[in-house]
Design a protein around this ligand. Structure first.
Ligand code: P53
Length: 482
């Protein structure tokens, strides 16, 4: 049996801060991601988000770099100089769509300029035109973990409402310049990430003494949600199609067992760490369970009725999310329950990769059904994939059968969801050409169908080599057996 949906969009995804390199060329400013050094991990099976590493004081050490550390996201995969070769590869793999991000700091390096940086626009104009020339549709993310650092320094990041206006101005420039060649827009990548790591979008706790961390992270998220809704409003005025979606880091969980106390715990966890974000962008208002959580955490949002109207009236046209793994939830010790974002227990039925990310294709079918039932909006899977530490073999390729299996199983799950009646219309595989990891800054956490010859310190040529999975992907639409 062949894949159900003929016009389903298959493709690959990348992000500027992990892929482009040339971090200070042609007027671009720095962002936080480019100020995080590579640190060799003792134990890969953890998600090392060390909040202290993101203090302004520590980040600023990277500017002088007296310790001679390596900052991988400054070089990425050198896509800035090799974009034609990369787009050729995507076209050769018979992809329909490319999801990429535009770096805000290339367009408005300080955020507050009155005119955009022409050099930055030129780079993206060439890149987007080349995609079109090669027959690729394009989905563009406006913010992928890369608020310009100067906005953090001068304006205190996203706690400041002025930053919302700067972001809308940036969006207006992109809609004016590229509105007729971009097929889909995502204002924010994983908008919920700002809720557990506001520093990643240049909002630093140390700038807000006396403000609780909960207040800081939920206000940051709120201001980004307002910015997103305003961009949706603007897009609907300026663009011909209704083509603006959300992008949410989706961590589906299951109750550890059928013990009712675990079911209650799981239900709460699903609300706070998943439904909250989809509810905000699809229904446009704060759900009651979050209003209760805010009371408990003593979070008092700085907002007004006008903002709430903007949220309500400018919900997204489609949902998109990243899907890598699932986890389990059980009631924890007394005093440690509830409100725990990204609570991820082990599932004895699932295998994990070297980083402990539990592989769960059926969970994708479940998630698609769950979101479709709840929101009835078209769905696009904007990230999915598997990270592996890989080396080129003698034949200058990688025999990544595990990745072929991973894709195959997940594609079957998508087909099953379509058969279930879910309106899912596309898929972009994460890190389709190897790039630097967001979470660990490793080059060796590779996701691609194409190998990039750099190690964690960027020794190597940066040359591109097709993995076995590249050829599988190229042919799967003809040969795929479900
Ligand atoms: P890396 C954590 C959990 C799930 C998704 O992640 C995440 C993160 C952040 O690390 O982010 C998305 O590279 C993100 C991409 C990122 C990708 O997942 O840490 O949108 O930028 O590269 C994979 O393995």
């Amino acid at each position: 049996m062949k894949f159900t949906k003929k016009d389903f969009l298959w493709g690959g995804a990348t992000a500027a801060n992990q892929f482009e390199g040339e971090f200070n060329k042609d007027g671009k400013s720095l962002n936080v991601a480019e100020m995080v050094p590579y640190v060799k991990l003792q134990d890969r099976a953890s998600m090392p988000l060390d909040i202290s590493a993101f203090s302004k004081k520590n980040l600023e050490k990277s500017i002088e770099n007296k310790e001679g550390l390596h900052y991988p996201k400054r070089i990425g995969s050198n896509h800035y100089n090799r974009y034609k070769e990369d787009i050729d590869l995507l076209a050769e793999a018979k992809m329909d769509i490319y999801r990429m991000s535009i770096s805000w700091g290339r367009i408005y390096p300080n955020g507050d300029e009155s005119k955009p940086n022409e050099k930055g626009l030129e780079f993206y104009r060439n890149l987007l035109n080349y995609c079109k020339q090669k027959g690729l549709k394009v989905m563009v993310t406006l913010h992928h973990f890369d608020t310009p650092y100067p906005i953090g320094v001068k304006y205190g990041g996203w706690m400041n409402k002025e930053v919302i206006n700067m972001f809308v101005k940036y969006a207006k420039t992109l809609f004016t310049e590229f509105g007729n060649i971009v097929d889909f827009w995502l204002p924010f990548n994983e908008i919920n990430v700002s809720c557990f790591a506001p520093m990643m979008s240049a909002t630093f706790p140390e700038d807000y003494p006396g403000v609780s961390y909960d207040q800081l992270r939920f206000q940051t998220l709120h201001n980004q949600l307002i910015a997103q809704a305003k961009v949706v409003q603007l897009g609907h005025e300026m663009l011909k199609k209704k083509n603006i979606g959300c992008m949410i880091a989706n961590m589906t969980t299951y109750p550890l067992d059928c013990n009712p106390v675990n079911i209650i715990e799981w239900q709460k966890s699903e609300q706070v760490s998943r439904y909250f974000f989809f509810d905000m962008v699809a229904k446009g208002e704060y759900p009651t369970y979050i209003i209760k959580l805010f009371e408990k955490l003593n979070v008092k949002l700085d907002t007004n009725p006008e903002e709430m109207n903007i949220l309500k009236n400018n919900t997204v046209d489609f949902l998109s999310f990243s899907y890598y793994m699932t986890g389990t939830v059980a009631k924890k010790e007394e005093g440690k329950t509830g409100g725990n974002l990204m609570a991820m227990g082990k599932n004895p039925f699932l295998k994990a990769n070297e980083w402990g990310w539990q592989i769960d294709p059926q969970g994708l079918r479940y998630t698609l059904n769950d979101l479709w039932n709840r929101y009835h909006l078209p769905i696009f899977i904007s990230e999915n994939g598997i990270g592996h530490d890989e080396k080129l073999n003698d034949k200058k390729t990688v025999d990544d059968d595990y990745r072929i299996d991973y894709m195959h199983q997940h594609f079957i799950a998508i087909n099953d969801a379509l058969e279930d009646g879910v309106d899912v219309f596309g898929y972009t595989m994460w890190g389709v050409i190897d790039l630097v990891s967001a979470g660990t800054s490793e080059m060796s956490k590779r996701y691609g169908l194409v190998y990039v010859d750099y190690d964690d310190y960027h020794n190597g040529t940066g040359d591109r080599f097709k993995k076995k999975s590249f050829n599988w992907f190229k042919n799967f639409k003809e040969t795929f057996e479900l």
